[in-house]
Ligand binder design. Structure first.
Ligand code: UD1
Ligand code: MG
Length: 478
């Protein structure tokens, strides 16, 4: 996977480079979501809100300088993003965004500046974070906050400037405390800040809980720092969509929709054809190479990687699959955790369960289910078949209705079918069993013993023919 370039670093010379940390507030419960799942673990674009914020943060500073402040269901949150290698700070009681920073005092006091991000606003980009930091450093501010003009600012804190031409901020007023004039102000506090660490922590003790939520608001640091004679400024972003917070199910859906459209646009810009992108669900980490075509109503999820010149037809759901170049996926395939080599053809209606490894140019057809198998180059299983725990060589033909009986009720057993074998239709292969190279299995056989190379294995009842029997049956008795 291409590693994205690190966002622009602050301009300061390396010798005097300030030490910068990022703190991500992620301890809240998310009451407005009415969910058992902590807010920051709700997913948009196929991964948790917090994972998106961490991904942007770690493109600005290394993971060892990123601190996620967790609290509600802390263990679950930590586990969900453990692979990111960031640090965690426990806010065991969630008493507001200001309190979240109070508990982070000790680890953060090692730094000169701290960028504070909201764990529930997943579209923030590394470029915006870096611009905010640069503005803060250039302006030598104690607190710099990010704002945006929103058509509908309801629910957000409003930024009250000293005057309309100045970046200096007088105060931030939360929705619940805002008067009618303040509510009309469309410049909202995005919930992203940079603080000078000494000034933040020498004044944070002045926050109070005298507000409608009885919480310590981090937003009150604007008036606290200003009252102490420090510089508090705002930097307005032009891309308001970036700062949207997911506080309700409706906001989650909106952000998810934005993200998926952006993903489709990015892929199209890279040469992927997507018909009717509004119907396609493609997760943020998916990679697709140029000249692949995606029909309407396709889902490509998780860490799937798809090569060039593939054709993915409607109603297929592909999760965590690696698909090489030139693969044709006909309608209605469901695939997970599988690898498909170049020029294979799947579907319609194939079900590839985890561990399916489909060889170059192989065919897996309709109503064929596979699990933990290797199907060799050019082999075909075209109709109504179950192949599980099997190793199948190249050039093998699996007839319609073949079943590998891999489970004896207690253990799973393996079926091996070697190169060039031909399995007649309606065969059951009772594992463990091996069919040798170039061997034939007669249709409708139940194979319980190994069949050597180049042999015929057949096991079915001898056919009986009674001539004239039917005619005689139809003839009425006298
Ligand atoms: C906050 C801002 C508001 C801003 C908005 C932008 C405050 C008081 N208000 O409101 O001005 O417009 O974000 O989205 O800050 N959290 C903790 N610990 C806590 C409480 C919250 O870590 O004790 C975390 C939450 O998990 C969340 C983030 O802080 O990720 C923001 O909290 P939230 O309750 O969503 O604040 P908003 O009401 O959105
Ligand atoms: Mg919020």
């Amino acid at each position: 996977m291409k590693k994205p370039a690190r966002a622009t670093q602050p301009k300061a010379a390396p010798a005097s480079a300030p030490r910068v940390a990022i703190a991500i507030m992620a301890a809240g419960k998310g009451t407005r979501l009415k969910s058992q799942l902590p807010k920051v673990l709700h997913e948009v674009g196929g991964k948790p809100l917090l994972a998106h914020v961490i991904a942007s943060a770690t493109r600005v500073v290394p993971p060892e300088d990123v601190f996620a402040i967790v609290g509600h269901e802390a263990d679950r949150v930590r586990a969900a993003v453990a692979d990111t290698k960031v640090n965690f700070i426990l806010q065991s009681e969630q008493r507001g965004t200001g309190h979240a920073l109070m508990v982070a005092r000790e680890p953060l006091s090692f730094y000169d500046h701290v960028i504070v991000l909201s764990g529930d606003a997943p579209q923030i980009t590394p470029q915006t974070i870096a611009s905010l930091l640069n503005f803060h450093l250039d302006q030598r501010a104690a607190m710099t906050l990010l704002s945006a003009d929103l058509a509908d600012p309801t629910g957000y804190g409003r930024v009250i400037r000293m005057n309309s031409r100045s970046p200096e901020v007088k105060t931030i007023v939360e929705e619940k405390s805002a008067g009618p004039a303040e509510k009309k102000n469309r410049e909202i506090n995005a919930g992203f800040y940079v603080f000078s660490v000494p000034q933040l922590f020498s004044n944070i003790g002045k926050l109070s809980t005298a507000n409608p939520h009885a919480e310590y608001y981090l937003t009150d640091m604007a008036s606290v720092l200003r009252a102490a004679g420090h510089r508090v400024i705002v930097w307005k972003t032009g891309s308001a969509a970036e700062i949207l917070g997911a506080n309700t199910r409706a906001e989650l859906a909106l952000i998810d929709h934005h993200m998926r459209l952006r993903k489709c646009q990015q892929l199209m810009a890279e040469g992927v054809t997507i018909f009717y992108p509004a119907t396609c669900v493609i997760d943020s980490d998916v990679e697709i190479a140029a000249d692949t075509v995606i029909e309407p109503f396709v889902q490509i999820l998780g860490r799937s990687r798809i090569g060039a010149n593939c054709y993915i037809r409607s109603y297929s759901v592909i999760r965590d699959c690696e698909i090489a170049d030139g693969v044709l996926i006909r309608p209605g395939c469901v695939m997970e955790g599988s690898r498909i080599a170049a020029n294979a053809i799947l579907g319609p209606y194939s079900h590839l369960r985890p561990g399916s490894d489909i060889g170059e140019g192989a065919h897996v057809g309709n109503f064929v289910e596979t699990k933990k198998i290797k199907l060799g180059k050019g082999s075909k299983a075209n109709h109504l078949t179950y192949l599980g725990d099997s190793e199948i060589g190249s050039g093998v033909n699996i007839g319609a209705g073949t079943i590998t009986c891999n489970y004896d009720g207690v253990n799973k057993h393996k079926t091996v079918i070697e190169d060039g074998a031909f399995i007649g239709s309606d065969t059951t292969l009772v594992a463990p069993v091996r069919v040798g190279k170039g061997a034939y299995i007669g249709a409708a056989s139940c194979i319980t013993e190994d069949v050597p190379d180049d042999s015929l294995g057949v096991s079915r009842a001898q056919q009986v023919v009674k001539e004239g029997w039917a005619k005689q049956r139809r003839t009425p008795r006298k």
